[in-house]
Design a protein around this ligand. Structure first.
Ligand code: PSU
Ligand code: MN
Length: 308
């Protein structure tokens, strides 16, 4: 497996010294935000993780090489190149074999993290069960990856482009714990509230890190979803965002957009319909997730060393 992977110098040094590392995805860079905000956000996210005493490892596939950690040039490439694929689990082997350039989703970033021995991953929002999935069967591979791969994903919940209730049912069936960071409610990405409960509220990085140690220590394989609500001052007006999401979903339906193109289409439409307001909120919640993820990674790392 080592033959397929390239490490950034920074990630390699941290992993060899057994220091805390936080994985980051690249679909959010290549397909989730416009240039140049995507590049600036990706750079800031990495710096926030460094400030908190952890090392960032942004994942991608470039020329068929699995990248664990990106150089500044790689980051620029992922942010500002046309035609970069979006690779979820099913796309991963062909992207490597066919020497493609591909951004990693939550599912494939979890796979990269597992290959590199990284346990903590920060993102914006996860994929899930789409509205109308009872007809379309559109359920993100992110959920199945959470079911099986030992990585903790810190997100601001999920956007209500999804059916949040069905998404949580799926995760419950698959045995994926959802820890609300300072909340007992699953956050809805742009807003702090969905009315739906998390598995357990946890208020400190120590509580979360110790639950991760227990889960994996007991051999309960699979991921954990850490739901970190957008900070109050950056959350959006519920009516404004709900209206934009409803319109975006309707547009996508009318245009017949399906499959892997649906999520990126909806994200772009929401940005347009909120005149960029959603982007500002999106960027801030990603920073907030990076900070929390780095704190959890630091505590997890020290618990691991104490427990041996
Ligand atoms: N949801 C967001 N922002 C994102 C994504 C989802 O709010 O950037 C991206 C993530 O990379 C996620 C992927 O893993 O979309 C899910 O795509 P799909 O629904 O096709 O599995
Ligand atoms: Mn899908």
């Amino acid at each position: 497996m080592k033959q397929y992977i390239d490490y950034s110098e920074e990630a390699k040094a941290a992993l060899e010294a057994d220091k805390p590392v936080v994985a980051l995805e690249s679909t959010i860079i290549s397909h989730g935000m416009p240039y140049p905000q995507n590049l600036e956000t990706a750079q800031n996210v990495e710096n926030i993780i460094r400030e908190e005493g952890a090392t960032p490892a942004t994942m991608a596939i470039i020329g068929g090489r699995i990248k664990v950690g990106l150089s500044p040039e790689d980051l620029e490439f992922m942010a500002n190149t046309e035609g970069i694929l979006k690779a979820s689990r099913r796309d991963f082997p062909s992207a490597v074999a066919m020497k493609q350039n591909a951004a990693t989703t939550v599912a494939t970033t979890m796979i990269c993290a597992r290959l590199a021995g990284i346990r903590v991953f920060a993102t914006g929002g996860i994929g899930g069960v789409h509205r109308g999935a009872e007809k379309t069967f559109d359920i993100s591979a992110d959920l199945q990856e959470l079911a099986g791969t030992n990585v903790a994903v810190i997100s601001a919940g999920a956007k209500s482009i999804l059916d949040l209730s069905l998404t949580l049912e799926y995760l419950e069936t698959m045995g994926v714990p959802i820890y609300g960071y300072g909340t007992d409610e699953f956050p809805a990405f742009f807003t702090r509230h969905s009315g739906l409960p998390v598995t357990c509220q946890m208020n400190t990085p120590e509580e979360i890190a110790s639950a991760l140690r227990v889960k994996w220590g007991l051999g309960l394989s699979g991921g954990v979803l850490i739901a970190n609500p957008v900070p109050e001052e950056f959350s959006m007006d519920k009516n404004v965002i709900d209206e934009a999401i409803d319109k975006a979903v309707k547009e996508a339906e009318e245009k017949g957009i399906i499959g892997k193109h649906l999520t990126p289409y909806l994200l772009t439409a929401i940005k347009r319909l909120t005149e960029g307001k959603s982007l500002a909120s999106n960027i801030e919640l990603v920073y907030n997730n990076a900070r929390t993820a780095a704190k959890i990674a630091v505590v997890y790392n020290s618990l691991k060393k104490q427990e041996g």
